[in-house]
Design a protein around this ligand. Structure first.
Ligand SMILES: *Cc1c(COP(=O)(O)O)cnc(C)c1O
Length: 375
C-alpha cells in the first residue's frame, strides 16, 4: 500500500472553471477573484474578504495595517506553522510566545495577560488543526489592554465556537489555500474583516497601494491610477480564484467526509493506551484540518519512520517554533520555556486525513498505527 499524506479534492468542475479563465483576457485579479471573495465573506459571515497569494502575506499585511512595527510585541503561540511567528518578524516586531492548553494545543488564554507589556500591540491566536480558540475570552483580554486581535485561521474556515466564526470577534482572520489545506489552489490566502476602512486599505495594499486594478484600467475607458501608499504585491489571480470557487461551494460536503474519518480514527484509537488524541471542547464545531496522534516522545521518530516504511504518509504538525534555531538564537528561547507545547511537539504525528482517503486505506492506517503502538 502507498497512502499519500495528502490528496487534494479537485473535481472536473474546478478544472473547467480554470479553463474558462485561460480562455479569457485577465489571468490576474479580476471577476473570478471578486466572485471568490464574495463566497468566502458569505461563508465566514464577514462583510469583506480580500484574496491574496498566501496566508503568510495575509498575516503580514494585516499586522502592518494595524501599524505593528519595530519595537512592538505580538503575543502568539509556539505551537503553529512557523509562518505565524515569521509574519510578526517581517514587521520588525517580536513574537512573544505563551504556552498552550494540553487539551486543544491552542494558546492558553490564562497566560496571555502575564506577558502583556507597554510594547504589546496585538494577540495572534491560531485555531490549531481546526479547533477554535476561545475568542470571547481573548477579545476581552485584548480590549482590557487596548490590543488588536488577528486570527490565524489557516486551519479553520469551517470552524465555530459558541456560535462565533473566525474573524467575527477578532479584528481580522487570515486563511490559507496552500497545497495541503482544506480547500486549495496550490498557493493562496485571504483576509476577512468587517471594517470598511480596513478592507479598502487591504484591497489596495495587495497591489502596490494602487487605486485601480488592471481590469478596471483596461476594460472600460482608460483611467489613470494613483498610488495612495507603499503597498505590496500579493493579489490573488483569477486562475487561483477559479480553482477555489467550486471547492468553497463543496466545503461542507468535504468537511462531512473528514468528520466521518475523524470519528472512525477516534473510535479505533480510544482503547489504545499508547495513543492520545486531542479533544473537542463543548460548543465547538471542529473544522477538522489535521488528524494528529500523540505517542511516547521517546519513540515518536521511530514510529514515524515505521509508518513511512509501511507506505503511510506522515507529517509533524508541529515542532515548537521557539525551539527553531532562528528563534533560539535571536531571542534566547530554550527548551523548558513552554513545556506543554514542547511535549506536544515531541509526541505528535499527523496521519493521512482527507476526503479522498478510502475506507480500506483508513483501515490499513488504523492497523499500522495500533499494531505498532499497542505492544
Ligand atoms: C499553512 C499555514 C500558514 C501559512 O499559509 P501559507 O498560505 O502557506 O502562507 C500559516 N499558519 C498556519 C497555522 C498554517 O498551517
Amino acid at each position: 500500500m502507498k497512502i499519500e499524506f495528502y490528496r487534494h479534492s479537485l473535481e472536473k468542475e474546478d478544472k473547467n472553471e480554470v479553463a474558462k479563465v485561460l480562455d479569457s483576457v485577465f489571468l490576474t485579479s479580476g471577476e473570478w477573484t471578486k466572485a471568490f471573495e464574495r463566497k468566502l465573506a458569505d461563508y465566514v459571515e464577514s462583510r469583506y474578504a480580500v484574496g491574496l497569494t498566501s496566508c503568510t502575506n495575509a498575516l503580514e499585511i494585516t499586522l502592518k495595517y494595524f501599524g505593528i512595527e519595530q519595537g512592538d510585541e505580538v503575543i502568539t503561540t509556539p505551537m503553529s506553522f512557523i509562518a505565524t511567528a515569521n509574519a510578526v518578524e517581517y514587521c520588525g516586531a517580536k513574537p512573544v510566545f505563551v504556552d498552550v492548553e494540553p487539551d486543544t494545543a491552542n494558546i492558553n488564554a490564562d497566560l496571555i495577560e502575564s506577558v502583556v507589556t507597554p510594547r504589546t500591540k496585538a494577540i495572534l491566536p491560531v485555531h490549531l488543526y481546526g479547533h477554535m480558540c476561545d475568542m470571547g475570552r481573548i477579545r476581552k483580554i485584548a480590549d482590557k489592554h487596548g490590543l488588536k486581535v488577528i486570527e490565524d485561521a489557516a486551519h479553520c474556515m469551517e470552524g465555530q465556537r459558541d456560535g462565533i466564526k473566525p474573524g467575527q470577534v477578532g479584528d481580522a482572520a487570515c486563511f490559507s489555500f496552500y497545497a495541503t489545506k482544506n480547500i486549495t489552489c496550490g498557493e493562496g490566502g485571504a483576509v476577512s474583516c468587517n471594517d470598511p476602512e480596513m478592507y479598502d486599505w487591504l484591497f489596495k495594499a495587495r497591489m502596490h497601494g494602487m487605486t485601480k486594478n488592471a481590469a478596471d484600467r483596461y476594460s472600460k475607458k482608460y483611467e489613470h491610477y494613483d498610488m495612495d501608499f507603499l503597498g505590496f504585491k500579493c493579489n490573488m489571480s483569477n486562475i487561483q480564484a477559479a480553482l477555489l470557487i467550486h471547492q468553497i461551494e463543496r466545503i461542507e460536503t468535504l468537511l462531512s467526509a473528514r468528520q466521518r474519518i475523524a470519528q472512525r480514527y477516534d473510535e479505533a484509537f480510544l482503547g489504545n493506551p499508547g495513543i492520545k488524541v486531542l479533544g473537542t471542547l463543548p460548543g465547538t464545531r471542529h473544522a477538522r484540518h489535521l488528524y494528529t496522534i500523540l505517542v511516547d516522545p521517546r519513540k515518536r521518530d521511530e514510529y514515524m519512520h515505521r509508518l513511512q516504511e509501511a507506505g503511510v504518509g506522515v507529517a509533524i504538525n508541529y515542532r515548537s517554533i521557539h525551539l527553531m534555531k532562528y528563534y533560539r538564537q535571536k531571542y534566547g528561547y530554550k527548551r523548558g520555556d513552554f513545556p506543554v507545547c514542547e511535549r506536544i511537539g515531541d509526541s505528535t504525528i499527523s496521519i493521512p486525513f482527507y476526503p479522498k482517503l478510502s475506507d480500506e486505506e483508513a483501515g490499513y492506517i488504523i492497523n499500522a498505527v495500533n499494531s505498532m503502538t499497542n505492544s
